[in-house]
Ligand binder design. Structure first.
Ligand SMILES: [Zn+2]
Length: 286
């Protein structure tokens, strides 16, 4: 049994539409199938899934700073739950919460209204949904409603994509003859080359296209240190960059935006004074 194939070229997963549609209530994910997948999947598969869904989502909010940062916070939590297993809720519990949240009819509208002060059919206080909403977003109060309204696209999109993958996967496992889906096995393949949408790029002036590093990217780089940029962009892509003169930070593994951007200190190539300090304290403690 192999892991579901994920490709950012797959338009059913990553739609090419200009805006993210979250109006349709989602069909709850099968907990049984989720647990089967959880048993055979690995951290790299989950991490790349979270990275691609997050990249896809934030690219819709390039010009909305507050939504972008809150979306990043949500995906850091998702990463902690599904990859790092360092969260108060287990992945299964979290999926159960996401099921309740994303299957709520009119979620989009209800959260918009809640933020603007209307408390009709408040899912944070209705008994069937209150545990899920307060566990994911926080106690019912205006600050929480504001955050929930900012983060709704993140949780909805993640659940939607995971749901599609899960139902395809269980259908394939139940078929006598497996129809092989074309795509890259990003749990192991060095060819994993996500497209532009996997991180945020900004063109400050023509020809100067720069990766905009936000909290989520820093989180991934520090979790996988020093292989974070390999996880995000794939081994093949990083090798290509290195051959054309780009360096990685010797401490955190960050990739240069332009060749020789990182200063050579002693014999180490380092992206920041924080990395310099961290490197030397790790050497001294040896
Ligand atoms: Zn660094």
């Amino acid at each position: 049994m192999s892991l579901p194939v994920v490709s950012m070229e797959d338009a059913e997963l990553f739609s090419k539409n200009k805006s993210l549609d979250i109006s349709k209530p989602l069909k709850p994910l099968s907990i049984e199938e989720f647990e089967k997948l959880a048993k055979i999947s690995n951290d790299l598969w989950w991490s790349r899934l979270v990275i691609s869904v997050r990249g896809f989502t934030v690219n819709h909010f390039k010009n909305e700073d507050e939504r972008l940062f809150s979306t990043d916070d949500a995906f850091i939590i998702i990463h902690k739950v599904f990859v790092e297993k360092k969260h108060e809720f287990s992945p299964k519990e979290f999926v159960e919460f996401l099921n309740l949240i994303t299957s709520l009819p009119n979620l989009d509208l209800i959260l918009t209204r809640l933020e603007s002060g209307s408390s009709d059919s408040n899912p944070f206080t209705i008994s069937t949904t209150s545990v899920a909403f307060t566990s994911v977003f926080g106690q019912p109060n205006p600050a929480t409603y504001h955050i929930a309204n900012l983060q709704k696209h993140a949780y909805y999109t993640f659940t939607n994509i995971l749901g599609i993958l899960l139902s395809r996967w269980s259908a394939e496992n139940n078929e006598a003859i497996t129809t092989k889906r074309k795509g890259i096995r990003f749990d192991k393949d060095p060819e994993w080359q996500p497209d532009d949408r996997v991180v945020l790029f900004e063109e400050f002036y023509q020809g100067n296209r720069t990766w905009v590093l936000t909290d989520f990217d820093r989180h991934i780089i520090s979790f996988w240190r020093p292989k974070g940029t390999h996880v995000i962009f794939g081994d093949r892509h990083i090798e290509k960059k290195k051959r054309s003169g780009f360096n990685l930070c010797d401490y955190c593994g960050m990739l240069e935006q332009i060749p020789d951007q990182f200063k050579l200190m002693e014999r180490y190539r380092l992206c920041s004074s924080e990395c310099l300090q961290a490197l030397f304290s790790s050497i001294n403690s040896k």
